[in-house]
Design a protein around this ligand. Structure first.
Ligand code: GLU
Length: 517
C-alpha cells in the first residue's frame, strides 16, 4: 500500500524559456466523493476540473472513495460514481477499479494507516484520548444552545493525566482520539481565494480524528490519504475552505508537506438557488437516460463557471483541456443554466454527426432505437440501412437536440409509411392528384434530388403551373402525403431523406386514395 510513499516524484518538463529549462512535477489530483449518493452535476464539475488540471500538465487523476461514514453509505453508489465518470469521458487514472500503486483507493480498506497515524499523533502529544460520553457531549451542546453559543467541545480530556488515561483504557472505557488544535492561525494561499486565514481553535473544539469503532473521521483520513497518495493539488468545493486550516495543522503536526489548495466556488442554479438533489434532476445518470451527451454536460458545467479565457458553446473535452486556465477561476458562484441544456446538446450532437467515427456509433444507436420504438411498424427495412440513417442524421443535424427526438411523432414518417385518407388530402386541395402526379413525374425525370435548394426550385415550378392551388397549398398536400403531418421539416428535406423511391411509393398511395390511378 505504501510503496508509493517512497517513490520519487515524477518530474515532467513543462516548458522552456530560451536557455532556461523549467521543470515542474507532474501534478497528482484527486476526486474524493463519499459514496453516500450518486454523482450529480456539482460532483461532476469537481471531478472535471481535477481532470482538466491533471491532463493539461501530464499529471494523474485519482478517484478515492471516502466511505468512512458507514451509516450513510448508499449501496451501489461507489460503482455508479465511477461508471458515470467513465461515461462522461473523465475516467480516473487510478482507482480501485483501475488499480494504481497508491491503493487501496477506498478508505474503509485503509484503516490500519489511519490508526497508525492517530497513534503517532498521540505519541507526539498532538492528539489525546477523549472518554467523554455522548450524554456529556449532548449536555454541552444543549447548554451552548440555551445560552446562544455555537456548540463546541470544551477540550476537557486534554487535561487528563497519563495515568488516568491508562486506567480508563485498561477499564475498556470507549474512547475517541481528538486532535489538539493549535491557537492562532497561519494564513495560506488558496489558488482561487487567495490568502486565507481561519482561526479554527477560536471557534471549534478539538475535532475527533479517530472514532471509537476505529474508523477515522473525514479530516484525518483526507490528510493521511492526500499525503500517502502524493496528492500535489487539492481542487475541491469551497464548502471545504474552512476545513483547510484544520488540515494544514494536521499536516504540520505530522511533519508532512501539504498540497496546494484550490477551492472551487459553489455551483448554483441560474437564479442563485441551490441545486436540488432531491428532485433527482441533477444526477448524471438521469441526464444520460434523457439522451444528453456527455460532452454537453461537461460544456454546460464549465460554461457556468470560470476557468477559461472566454466562454463559448460547443467545446469538447480536448478543447476544455487545452483552454482551461486555473488562474481564471473566480470566487463568484458558478451559475448553471439548465434551460440551455437542449441548445448545448444540439450543438454537440451536430459535432458528433460531423465526426466520421462518432457518427458511425450514432448510426448504430439510432438504428437500435428505431427498432426498439417502431419495430414491427417499420414500413421498409431500407430505413435501417446505414446510408439511410446517415442521410437522416445529416439532414436533421442542427435541428434536433437528441437522437430520441428523431423517434417522436413528428419524425415517425422517417420510419413508418403514413396513412392518409382521401378526405384529408382533398380537404387541403382539390388538385391533390395533379400535385402528386406532377411530383412523381419530377422524381422519375431524375436529377432533382441533389439538394433541398434544387428540389425547392423544381417544386416552385410545378406550383406555378397549378390553376387553383398556391405554392403553400401544394406543400401542405405533399407534407400530408409524405408524412400525414401538418408540421415538420421542410417538404424538400422530407423528400431528400425519404429518397426517390419512397417518395414515389407514398405519392402513388396518395393518388390511389384520390382514386385517379
Ligand atoms: N468526501 C468529501 C466530499 O464528499 C471530499 C472533500 C475533499 O475533497 O476533501 O465532498
Amino acid at each position: 500500500m505504501l510503496g508509493c510513499v517512497l517513490r520519487k516524484m515524477c518530474w515532467k518538463r513543462t516548458g522552456a524559456r530560451r536557455g532556461v529549462c523549467t521543470r515542474q512535477p507532474a501534478p497528482r489530483v484527486r476526486f474524493a466523493p463519499s459514496p453516500t449518493g450518486f454523482l450529480h452535476l456539482g460532483g461532476l464539475r469537481t471531478a472535471l476540473y481535477n481532470y482538466l488540471f491533471a491532463k493539461q500538465r501530464g499529471g494523474a487523476f485519482i478517484l478515492r472513495l471516502e466511505d468512512t461514514d458507514r451509516a450513510r453509505l448508499l449501496p451501489g453508489a461507489a460503482d455508479a460514481i465511477e461508471d458515470m465518470l467513465e461515461w462522461a469521458g473523465v475516467p480516473p487514472d487510478e482507482s480501485s477499479r483501475r488499480g494504481g500503486d497508491c491503493g487501496p483507493y477506498v478508505q474503509s480498506e485503509r484503516l490500519p494507516l489511519y490508526s497508525q497515524t492517530a497513534a503517532a499523533l498521540l505519541q507526539t502529544g498532538h492528539a489525546y484520548y477523549c472518554f467523554c460520553s455522548n450524554q456529556r457531549l449532548d449536555l454541552l451542546k444543549r447548554e451552548a444552545q440555551r445560552s446562544g453559543h455555537v456548540p463546541r467541545y470544551d477540550n476537557r480530556c486534554r487535561r487528563l493525566q497519563p495515568e488516568q488515561v491508562q486506567q480508563r483504557l485498561a477499564q475498556g472505557v470507549p474512547a475517541v482520539v481528538r486532535f489538539k488544535l493549535a491557537s492562532g492561525a497561519e494564513p495560506f494561499q488558496d489558488m482561487v481565494f487567495g490568502w486565507t486565514r481561519h482561526e479554527v481553535a477560536a471557534v471549534e473544539g478539538d475535532p475527533i480524528i479517530l472514532k471509537a469503532d476505529g474508523f477515522p473521521t473525514y479530516h484525518l483520513a483526507s490528510v493521511v490519504d492526500d499525503h500517502h497518495m502524493r496528492v500535489s493539488h487539492v481542487l475541491r468545493g469551497s464548502e471545504w475552505l474552512i476545513s483547510t486550516a484544520k488540515h494544514l495543522q494536521l499536516f504540520r503536526a505530522l511533519g508532512w508537506t501539504p498540497p496546494a489548495y484550490a477551492h472551487l466556488p459553489l455551483l448554483l442554479n441560474r437564479d442563485g438557488s441551490k441545486l436540488s438533489k432531491r428532485q433527482g434532476d441533477i444526477f448524471i445518470q438521469r441526464f444520460r437516460e434523457q439522451g444528453v451527451l456527455p460532452e454537453t454536460l461537461l460544456d454546460l458545467v464549465t460554461h457556468a463557471g470560470s476557468g477559461f479565457d472566454n466562454n463559448r458553446i460547443g467545446r469538447r473535452l480536448e478543447e476544455l483541456v487545452c483552454e482551461f486556465n486555473i488562474s481564471k477561476i473566480t470566487t463568484h458562484s458558478a451559475l448553471l443554466d439548465l434551460d440551455k441544456l437542449h441548445e448545448f446538446n444540439r450543438v454537440h450532437l451536430q459535432r458528433r454527426i460531423e465526426d466520421e467515427e462518432k457518427c458511425a456509433v450514432l448510426r448504430d444507436e439510432l438504428r437500435q432505437r428505431v427498432l426498439h420504438t417502431h419495430g414491427s411498424q417499420i414500413s421498409d427495412r431500407a430505413v435501417l440501412e446505414p446510408l439511410y440513417i446517415q442521410r437522416v442524421l445529416e439532414l436533421r443535424k442542427g435541428h434536433v437536440c437528441s437522437l430520441r427526438e428523431l423517434l417522436n411523432h413528428m419524425h415517425a414518417y422517417l420510419w413508418i409509411r403514413p396513412r392518409v385518407t382521401r378526405q384529408q388530402l382533398q380537404e387541403v386541395s382539390a388538385e391533390a392528384e395533379n400535385i402528386a402526379a406532377a411530383v412523381i413525374q419530377l422524381v422519375a425525370s431524375g436529377g432533382s434530388f441533389e439538394s433541398t435548394e434544387h428540389l425547392n426550385t423544381e417544386l416552385k415550378l410545378i406550383a406555378s403551373r397549378l390553376k387553383h392551388t398556391k405554392y403553400s397549398g401544394m406543400m401542405r398536400v405533399l407534407r400530408l402525403a409524405l408524412s400525414a403531418q401538418q408540421q415538420g421539416p421542410s417538404v424538400a428535406e422530407m423528400m431528400l431523406s425519404l429518397g426517390e423511391q419512397e417518395v414515389c411509393v407514398r405519392l402513388q398511395k396518395a393518388l390511389e386514395q384520390t382514386g385517379t390511378t
